[in-house]
Design a protein around this ligand. Structure first.
Ligand code: HEM
Length: 439
């Protein structure tokens, strides 16, 4: 039998004994393991080996340089597709490539510019009723805002409060279920008795019905639209000249909502926490905003640096996974096909051997070194051909929000440091702030 040289790590027995510690707080557990083994280690789950790494060169190897040898594992792709459809995030191989090529142009920076008006207006309307006072938890507010901005950018029609609430609820419930299912595969044996899986599959079916209903409503509405749906409906496959089928359209719309909503809401929440906890950075940001017009928002270096720095310290997409299609090697390691590699983005971004004052919030680092945001040790949106398709959209939304918010409000920290909750994405348990209207 061929012998492989896995990174050091946990045997089957050790991994099994440590499962509850891992499940209690995956980020703390992985961080501790990295301290023990270096920047890469192996875990053994049943007959499978998992390699977890915070070595940026290894991560670039699987996501960029040798990406053709890697795909999403069945655990996420097949299971995710059952609940959220076979859109970009949960597809693989030639089907994924075909869809990515079709959809990519809709997310080109120039196209996203066409959505700025919509994003700006949704945020401005939202800020009219923004709560002020002491001890306000901004997390659900940021979540709600990012949901509205995304839905309004996807479908430029007004949806009823009931439809918005039902959509939001189903997305939340399905994400929670998927998270538990992926982290604890053993739960599956209880599903026939608890009926949990059946209930959630019914919810997934209901989600498709609502999305289809919205698509049809928007298609039959009169007027000109420059929303994402318009771009998706009019995109044509290069080889056949045809558009997506109705089922494919539902798949992709669902994926855009599920991949774009929670990530942006969490990123905004962490950013607000950081700016409240660092009043000097907040004041500096306010000074640069006060001197600027909204048209200059995307060129504001300090504002962009605050976003990058917050995404470095609180990396919403804290991890991912890929499975090797053929045997592969990296450095002195070698491993067989089927090995799952888990890039630990959170760890790379806090590694003190790679970042000076790694645990300090210092937006200046991104101003002083303009190339840092594009460097190969920074992965807030992943890397390579499967890098986040919505990154320009998310950055535009966050920039518009910061600009509009700090023109009218200031925030103060209440000294409560949010707890890290590493679910499918990294969210804070709450972000309690004092919010004041500026004079
Ligand atoms: C701050 C907000 C966001 C963060 C931090 C984020 C992060 C990421 C990351 C890290 C990936 C790559 C995952 C991997 O390689 O396994 C990804 C993929 C993806 N993101 Fe985002 N994302 C954000 C916003 C959005 C938005 C607004 C949309 C859509 C409107 C979106 C749609 C997607 C899709 C469809 C994919 C899958 C791409 C593919 O596999 O081809 N994301 N995102």
């Amino acid at each position: 039998m061929k012998k492989y040289n896995y990174p050091k790590g946990y045997s089957l027995l050790q991994t099994t004994l440590k499962t509850s510690e891992f499940l209690k707080h995956p980020i703390n557990f992985i961080t501790k393991s990295m301290e023990q083994f270096g920047d890469t280690y192996t875990a053994t789950v049943g007959t499978d080996k998992l390699i977890l790494t915070q070595n940026p060169d290894f991560i670039n190897h699987i996501l960029r340089e040798n990406h053709r040898n890697y795909m999403r594992s069945d655990i996420t792709a097949k299971r995710g597709a059952q609940f959220f459809g076979k859109g970009l995030l949960f597809s693989n191989g030639t089907y994924w490539l075909k869809q990515r090529r079709l959809i990519q142009p809709a997310f080109h920076r120039k196209k996203i510019k066409g959505l700025y008006g919509n994003i700006e207006k949704t945020i401005a309307d939202y800020l009219l009723d923004f709560p002020t006072g002491e001890d306000i938890d901004i997390y659900p507010i940021m979540h709600d805002l990012s949901f509205r901005v995304l839905i309004k950018s996807l479908f430029e029609i007004d949806l009823s409060k009931e439809v918005m609430a039902e959509l939001n609820q189903i997305f939340g419930e399905l994400s929670d279920f998927l998270m538990k299912d992926v982290n604890m595969p053993i739960r599956k044996i209880f599903y026939p008795f608890t009926g949990e899986e059946r209930t959630h599959l019914k919810k997934a079916k209901r989600l498709r019905e609502i999305i289809l209903q919205i698509i049809n409503e928007r298609k039959s509405a009169t007027g000109e639209f420059s929303d994402i749906l318009d771009m998706l409906i009019h995109s044509k496959y290069e080889d056949t000249g045809e558009s997506m089928t109705e089922e494919q359209l539902i798949d992709e719309v669902q994926i855009l909502i599920s991949a774009g909503h929670e990530t942006t809401g969490n990123t905004l929440s962490w950013l607000m926490y950081n700016l409240a906890a660092h009043p000097l950075s907040q004041q500096k940001l306010i000074r640069t905003i006060d001197d600027a017009t909204i048209d200059e928002v995307m060129k504001n270096d300090y504002l962009r640096a605050c976003i990058h720095e917050s995404m470095r310290l609180f990396t919403t997409s804290w991890t991912s996974e890929r499975v090797a299609i053929q045997d592969d090697t990296f450095d002195s390691y070698s491993y067989p096909k089927g090995t799952v590699i888990v890039p630990f983005f959170f760890g790379v971004h806090r590694d003190h051997t790679r970042w000076e004052d790694a645990l300090t919030f210092k937006p200046e680092r991104f101003v002083e070194d303009e190339k840092l945001a594009k460097s190969k040790k920074y992965f807030p949106f992943g890397a390579g051909p499967r890098m986040c398709i919505g990154n320009s959209f998310a950055l535009a939304e966050i920039s518009y929000f910061l600009f509009s918010f700090f023109k009218s409000y200031t925030i103060q920290n209440t000294a409560a440091i949010p707890e890290l909750m590493p679910l499918l994405t990294l969210r804070p348990n709450e972000v309690i702030l004092n919010i004041k209207k500026r004079n």
